[in-house]
Ligand binder design. Structure first.
Ligand SMILES: *Cc1c(COP(=O)(O)O)cnc(C)c1O
Length: 482
């Protein structure tokens, strides 16, 4: 492979433009973008100076940009395109629904067919404690709903002081005010994203905090931080604990097997509600319908979004377990919460077809039994590369840590200076060579579409290896590796 095999021919560019049914000039889009479009989580000025990349088409696990570059999407868009791009059966379902009933609300003693059908289907595929669903437009709104719901639950139970929610540092729970506050990202808290009544504990990051312990020992220790925090806040003030089964945006932090059962034991001991934020882990991502099944816990509430529609249209929601639903429904009267687009018929139609695909193509089983184990074997083998100090996977999420100097025991690896930005450097090589991998610090992460085949895993691993090598050569020239 040469350094940049992706120089497009004029003919290819023209054909991509034709395929999008849209003729445009990349430079003009970039100019308009810089002038008018404020992107999420972006330094607007820096982006404008650099020039934004324009994505124009997707098919299966691949994307094409406006310059004709074909890119293997190792991140499923933003952890969401579980069934892959270009599924015409979903666009057909959406089109039919828009023609039949484009919108109606669920407020005034009314419902619509897709929303009701989807609620029933979600109950069928979710763990047995779930019999009710609350719909939102996104994962963030779903976590706002959780906050309101657990506080309402404890009010109704006669414990109005039980309002504190415990979360974890480096968690991601969205970017509404409640979502940002529940999350554990300091950069978000600093920018108006913190509210009272939310506490944080450490994350189960074995690599960072587990030195001197086996992973299983560390799992128990990390879960114990929850008990310490409950006692510090006062058990009579804690409403709930929220966590992602596997932390996604925080860097694919896969907890030791002992962690979640111990968290659940502590929640039970102090009568604290357990919320699993499954916006990433749901809908087959870990080889089970929901990540809490893999972790063998029974949460009271599950947040979902992303994979529920594979990102074709926005949809989120909360699976409400019987413990909470029974109180809210039997004793609660009006729950003064909801959104214009709660149960949007078009979004629900997309979700129904998306879930049908997941079921009919046995994608969850495929990840559990075939491609997930294959990815694990191939991805963890990257540890033979001199830059890779640690690599682990769980279903179809995976991460590897770039290190300055490897060691036999992971905790003895030497890391790069954080401000060298080695992860971003590596990400640049990935992007330039037609593969999307995300960098969280110096941890490189992927969450591929669940439709990815073994042959495509081989292709992805080949590209990752090539880019690791390019990164290594670059770092040697800078004198940053030993
Ligand atoms: C993406 C994400 C959210 C937020 O979902 P949005 O649809 O972006 O609001 C919440 N929790 C987790 C775990 C996520 O990954």
């Amino acid at each position: 492979m040469t350094a940049n095999p992706m120089v497009p021919s004029a003919a290819l560019v023209a054909s991509v433009k034709a395929a999008t049914h849209d003729v445009y000039d990349t430079a003009e889009i970039q100019r308009q973008d810089a002038a008018h479009y404020m992107h999420p989580f972006t330094d607007h000025k820096a982006l404008g100076e650099r020039g934004v990349r324009v994505m124009v088409r997707g098919d299966g696990i691949y994307l094409w940009d406006s310059e004709g570059n074909k890119i293997l999407d190792g991140m499923s868009g933003l952890w969401c395109v579980n069934v892959g791009y270009g599924r015409t059966s979903i666009s057909d379902a959406v089109y039919r629904q828009m023609q039949t009933l484009s919108f109606y609300n669920s407020f005034f003693n009314t419902t619509n067919v897709p929303a009701t059908r989807l609620a029933a289907l979600l109950v069928e595929i979710s763990p047995p404690q779930f019999n009710h669903v609350f719909f939102t437009g996104s994962g963030s709104e779903a976590n706002d709903t959780n906050l309101r719901m657990v506080r309402r639950y404890w009010d109704l139970k006669g414990f109005p002081n039980r309002h504190t929610i415990i979360s974890r540092y480096n968690a991601y729970h969205g970017s509404t005010v409640a979502g940002a506050a529940l999350g554990g990202m300091a950069g978000m808290h600093e920018q108006g994203g913190m509210i009272p009544g939310i506490e944080h504990i450490g994350q189960p990051n074995y690599l960072e905090n587990g030195s001197g312990m086996s992973a299983d020992e560390f799992g128990i220790v990390a879960a114990g931080w929850l008990e310490t925090k409950i006692l510090e806040v006062g058990a009579d003030k804690v409403a709930a604990f929220i966590g992602e089964p596997v932390q996604g945006a925080g860097g694919v932090i896969i907890p030791p097997a002992t962690y979640w059962p111990e968290i659940e034991r502590i929640c039970d001991k102090y009568d604290v509600l357990l919320i699993a934020d499954e916006v990433i882990c749901g809908f087959g991502r870990l080889g089970t319908w929901f990540g809490s099944e893999l972790m063998q816990i029974k949460p009271d509430l599950i947040t979902f979004a992303k994979g529920v529609t594979s990102g074709y249209v926005p949809l989120g929601g909360v699976l409400v377990g019987d413990r909470v639903a029974d109180v809210l429904i039997e004793e609660g009267g009006d729950f003064n919460h909801g959104f214009t687009y709660s149960g949007h018929p078009v979004a629900c139609a997309a979700a129904l077809e998306n879930i049908r695909i997941l079921i009919d193509e046995r994608l969850v089983q495929q990840v559990a039994q075939d491609t997930g184990p294959y990815l694990k074997e191939k991805f963890e083998a990257l540890m033979d590369h001199p830059l890779v100090g640690y690599a682990d996977t769980c279903g179809f999420v995976a991460g590897l840590n770039l290190v300055r100097k490897k060691a036999e025991a992971v905790h003895d690896c030497e890391f790069f200076e954080p401000d060298h930005g080695v992860g971003m450097l590596c990400r640049g090589y990935m992007f330039a060579n037609g593969i999307i991998m995300r960098a969280v610090g110096d941890r490189m992460i992927i969450a591929p579409p669940l439709v990815m085949t073994r042959a495509q895993i081989d292709e992805m691993i080949f590209k990752i290896r090539y880019c690791l090598e390019a990164t290594l050569i670059d770092l040697q020239q800078r004198g940053w590796v030993v």
